[in-house]
Structures are given as C-alpha cells and as structure tokens.
Design a protein around this ligand. Sequence first.
Ligand SMILES: [Zn+2]
Length: 323
Amino acid sequence: MSNRKNPTRGTASESRFSVMEFMAEFPDDDACLAHLWRTRYSPDGEHALCPKCGVERSFHKYSNGDGRQSWTCTHCGRHVHPTAGTIFHKSSTSLHLWYYALFLITSTRCGISAKQLERELGVTYKTAWRMFNVIRNSLMAEPEIAPLEGKVEADETYFNRSNRLSNKTGKPGRSPGARTVFGMVERQGRVVVRHVPDATADVLSREIDLHVLPASMVFTDMHPSYQRTGWHYDHYRINHSAGVYVDGDVHTQTIEGFWSTVKGGIRGVYHSVSAKWLQSYLDEYAWRYNHREFTPRIRGVRRVPVGEAKFRLLLALAARPVR
Ligand SMILES: [Zn+2]
C-alpha cells in the first residue's frame, strides 16, 4: 500500500531525483550555503581548520550588514566565506537558483536550453545563458581526461550551416561552412569529442594521438584521413560505402549511437549552436555520456539514481574553487 505522506520512488522514476526531493533538501539560500560550508570546510558544520589560527577551531555563523553570510572563528574572529573562489562567488544570482539550475541540468536526459532555464528559474535570458555557460565551462569541461584505451571507435561528423548535424558522416567539406566534429569512444567506456578545424589526416591523426593510448585497437570507416592510423594503432576499418556496417567486432556503432544522441539533443533542445560555443555543447554531451552509469550496484546499498548521482557530482565540482 502506498503512503502519500512518505512517497517512494516508482520504477519509472528510478533514475530521477524529484523536484520535491530537491526542495526538501535545499529549501532556500541558507540550506545551500550551509551545504557549501559543510562540503568545503566543515563536515560537522561546526569545526573547521582556521586559516589564521592554523588549527581546528569552532566557528559560528555570522551575518554582516549587507546580508552576506560567513562563518567566524570563535577564537580569532576570522571570517570564512563558503562561496569564495567558486562559480557562485560575487554572483548576483541567489545560491538557491544556482543549485536549482544544477538540479535541472542533471535531471533531464538530453539537457535543457538556456530558454527553458530562463522560464524555470524566472531570471532573464541573459542571466540563464551566463549561468549555463559557467556550469558547462567550469564544471562539465574535462580537459584532463585520461587517454582512451582498449577498443576505441573514431569517427568524424559535420554541422552544416543550419546548425544541425548532417545525416551522414562522410567527406570533408560536405557543405560549405560546415563545422567538423571528431569523436573517439571506448566500447563500454568514455567519449572524447572535439570541434576541429577540418577532417584532414593531419588533424584527425593528431587528435587520435592526443587522446588514445598507443597500441589500442582503433575502429574507423574508410575515410582517407585514417590512412595513418595504423602507424601507431591496431587499426580496423569498416566499409560503409559497400553497405557493410558490422563485421564481427569491426564496427563504429558506439560512436554512431553517440552522434545520434547529440543530434537528437541539439535538434530538440538547442535550436541553434554557434561555432563559438559548439565545443561547450559537445563537452556537456560528453560529460553526460561519461557519467551515465557511474553508480555501481552494490548488494545491500541503496543505488543512487543516475540523475541524483550526476547532480551530487556537479555539486561537489561546484564546491571547488574555479580553475
Ligand atoms: Zn582562528
């Protein structure tokens, strides 16, 4: 018998962290600030290492005249501001709205647009757009991802002038002004996706060398730019133009699947993507893909739903000083 005072998650919402759950945990600015204080400085909410005393002291919450809140060392009076150095620092947007934005971004499969964020948060489009960019560029970009290894599929694709990915991957310069995107993905693993100047052998070889460990197996199509891939890798090619898509282990279905997610998302969520911001959109999709199932099933331990796990990961990243 279900109890509506104590709702349980239905199976359909297993991957969701509901807005009710979010609001119960983070009802207002104070709750978010306290969360940041505990995450960054004080696991018990009361004791922290005082930067001035150099030892652990007890702190109490302090509110100054302009409403800016901090925690104060009871021994020396030093103030510690939980938002200092983070993406929230000196933002005119409330901490609660920032947290809600992080929740919204991780609670959908395909992402949301700045326009939706504007409506949901009740802020101006400009503010929503800025928040989005900060979240993507400071939290979701993963420049230091470890090199891919094992079985890796590589493929190039194009954004044409109408800002949509073309239906087919293929020859460079397919449409004038097309933007070239190159992706590499481990089977059952991580993806790296780059907006590149073109699909020449120089550019694609350099990307593979940068992101894939030597001696890995690399699967591509017959595109001539992959002719050098065999120099440093165990290279296998699938002849799409001959109508062959899978030949045993030789295929590029994983990267094609990733492209279709990006295509679907771009079409459904972002109506246009300028070249300037293309990489940051790609980073967001790569981040989602790379964190799609990072909560293993452990017997006897509640499995954190994927959406909630992503949300908590973003919160942890947001609690660190900006690079
Ligand atoms: Zn102190």
